[in-house]
Design a protein around this ligand. Structure first.
Ligand code: HAM
Length: 424
């Protein structure tokens, strides 16, 4: 019986995995510069964390979670996103007691959602995300957005667009909620069953409905921006001012609502504008969640963050034809002729590697021609040729693959020679 990979998942094979590492390194370096530190939380959590944290009325909780009972009957869920786990850990490990706040965290790892797979949408996907928990200064909102934009810019993307909105504070949201109910209630029977439930539960979700997205009432729905109170308005304009000061351009879209319940104040998404990028253009999404720590039983600690999928970042790079500067080659390939030379090369290879050079040999005892071919395939910068004869004369031939120049080197000088020639 042959096995296939589960629907909506991918194998990242050698050749492709280097691209992942490349962009993940950019993410890590950028986090280092902005002083965000890595957090690693479990892949699964108690289901309740997500139903409370992400929100009962969201599509994620209603339809998309991989939930299972363990052998003791506890309900566990493969994490559909990283924020709830980061905030749970912040509360559980009392990171709020650290004298330096906000606590600035980042994560890179797989998330799981039972969605309909298509280009850019998977059931297992990798998110790089950050969370700054413990500050409600609008400057941190700008910092979080700047970090996301910086990663895209460093990776080489040019056609990206930042869209921001404010969902306001509790009072503004309550006023907007009432307005939405008044707007939709008279004609709610024209909407799908989900939206009929959403009307009382969380009418904001109607604006996000995939089935009813073309209904005329969506276009005329009251905008949150009209319901922001003075404080929320002031907060939002301060965020915009900081973004402008930093030099980040943005659009305000009053219809941007996001698909998770924990947001208030700033919400944002970053889209690809690249031609031919496909139907799904959102690369990253995030926002402020000032009530989340309390929702899951912790002290008040306002937070903001974002997450981006690595898959979509790589797809956007493809769409823009960006070639990543990945060095796929190895430093040295040892070609051997004869039994003794091969045996000797085993320890030579070890020494090269211990000095930090990437080196390879043929274990399959191919003919010399085959070994040279392999060196070429592996993009070796240098080819070291050792036969039994050379070995007895304590020397080795080193060929520069690019220039074709060949040099005879004393065997006991070889490691030093290679180190000097491959210094990065
Ligand atoms: P989200 O908008 O649900 O937010 O997801 C963030 C990003 O994850 C999306 O913009 C997209 O790049 C990626 N993503 C989501 N679902 C899929 C999928 N099925 N396949 C591929 N990529 C996907 C969150 O997850 C929030 N936790 C973000 C956040 C952090 N807000 C505050 N802090």
């Amino acid at each position: 019986m042959a096995f296939n990979i589960p629907r909506g998942t991918q194998d990242i094979l050698p050749g492709e995995s280097e691209r992942w590492q490349y962009v993940e390194n950019i993410a890590r370096e950028t986090c280092h510069a902005y002083h965000y530190q890595e957090i690693r939380t479990p892949i699964f959590e108690h289901t309740e964390l997500f139903s409370r944290g992400v929100g009962e009325s969201t599509d994620i909780v209603q339809k998309e979670m991989y939930t299972f009972a363990d052998k003791k009957g506890r309900s566990l869920t493969l994490r559909p996103e990283g924020t709830a786990s980061a905030v749970r850990s912040f509360v559980e490990n009392k990171l709020f007691a650290n004298p330096i706040q906000p606590t600035k965290l980042y994560y890179i790892g797989p998330m799981f959602r039972y969605e309909r797979p298509q280009t850019g949408r998977y059931r297992q996907f990798y998110q790089f995300g950050i969370e700054a928990i413990g500050s409600s200064d609008p400057a941190i909102d700008a910092e979080v957005i700047a970090l996301a934009m910086s990663v895209y810019r460093k990776a080489g993307l040019k056609n990206i667009k930042l869209v921001i909105n404010s969902l306001g504070d509790k009072t503004s949201r309550a006023a907007h909620r009432e307005a939405l109910i008044r707007h939709f209630e008279p004609r709610i029977d024209e909407f799908c069953g989900d939206c009929q439930k959403r009307l009382q539960q969380n009418p904001l979700r109607i604006l996000d409905c995939k089935k009813d997205r073309d209904h005329e009432l969506l276009k005329s729905a009251p905008s949150i921006l009209e319901y922001l109170n003075e404080e929320s308005k002031a907060y939002f304009s301060k965020v915009q001012q900081y973004l402008t000061d930093i030099g980040i351009s943005f659009e305000v879209d009053p219809n941007l609502v996001r698909g998770l319940d924990y947001y208030n104040h700033t919400a944002f998404e970053i889209m690809s504008d690249a031609e031919g990028f496909g139907a799904i253009t959102t690369l990253a999404g995030g926002g402020r969640y000032d009530g989340l720590t309390e929702e899951i039983g912790g002290p008040k600690a306002p937070g903001i963050g974002f997450a981006m999928s690595i898959e979509r970042l790589l797809a956007a790079l493809d769409a823009e034809n960006v070639k990543l500067a990945i060095d796929q080659g190895i430093d040295c390939y040892i070609v051997t002729l004869g039994e003794k030379a091969k045996d000797f090369s085993v320890s030579l290879l070890y020494k090269l590697r211990e000095e930090g050079l990437s080196a390879e040999i043929d274990y399959e005892c191919k003919k010399m021609k085959g070994q040279f071919k392999a060196a070429d395939r592996l993009n070796a910068k240098y080819i070291a040729i050792l036969g039994d004869d050379e070995l007895s004369q304590n020397k080795i031939n080193v060929k520069d693959a690019e220039t074709g120049e060949q040099q005879e080197v004393k065997l006991d000088e070889f490691i030093r020679y290679m180190k000097a020639h491959t210094e990065r």
